[in-house]
Design a binder for this molecule. Sequence first.
Ligand code: HEC
Ligand code: HEC
Length: 237
Amino acid sequence: MGSRTPAGRDCRAPATASIVGREGMDAVKPHFALIPPMAAALLAASAALGIAADAGKGSAKAALCAPCHGAAGVSRYAEIPHLAGQQRDYLIAEMKSFRRATDPQAPTRHWNRRRDRIMDHQLPGISDDDIESLAAHFAGQSCALPASLGEQTLPGLARRCISCHGEDGRSAIATVPHLAGQQPRYLENQLRAFRDSRGSDDQPRTRIDPIMGHQTVMLGDADIAALAAYFSGRRCR
Ligand code: HEC
Ligand code: HEC
């Protein structure tokens, strides 16, 4: 059984995420349409204040994400990523990718596709505005330090990664994610998904991206584990 969250919702530990049934997912499904009109009016009023206000709006909605991603954007679950301190533009792109997965109007063969049997149910119908304020909120939080510092020497295999993700896993490119301090099992799952998703959306986890598909095509499972261990063991600050 998964652990009980403070909110009393059953956010199952990712080790058992594959057996979360529809009920489990519905229990944590955000209902953006149910935000009370008063709160919505306050949020709308703060829009004029720009990015800081954006982050403020996001923090109200982020309560819906907290059972899984943590109240401060730092996840306690091995298969659920930390969002704190992640690149804002990258977070926006990923949320839009998950939203496309359940949008009947969206093109089915988009070049960047992402499906996950849990996240697919978190963002249906969310507005661009909500996506931007949530991204600003999480990007502005203090990133998670690694549970343990990993192997200090850059593995030979990681040389090709650092031009985009940075030697210490801190990317200087807005659309490329930071990897430093991220949950190692989550990183492994993503690398396997990039490598193994072959245009099919039917798997429990599908992730299609032309750059990362190319980067992972030659990697074996042991390579993936070593790369995940290296980058998750970097200090993000
Ligand atoms: C029931 C648990 C759950 C809830 C609630 C949840 N998420 Fe997630 N989230 C996940 C899981 C699991 C993944 C990893 C999916 C994968 O492996 O591809 C994820 C991944 C993500 C990612 C991708 C991060 C990255 O580094 O690529 C973003 C962004 C995200 N979630 C945002 C949100 C936001 C915003 C909310 C609240 C509106 C939310 N999630 C609510 C479980 C959840
Ligand atoms: C040419 C630039 C580039 C190179 C080189 C590159 N990446 Fe990436 N990486 C990206 C981009 C862009 C994304 C976001 C993809 C998406 O939107 O799905 C990404 C995403 C990822 C993610 C997902 C992180 C998350 O939070 O979900 C992991 C893990 C990753 N890369 C690891 C690696 C590793 C390991 C290597 C080396 C073998 C590597 N990357 C090489 C550009 C690059």
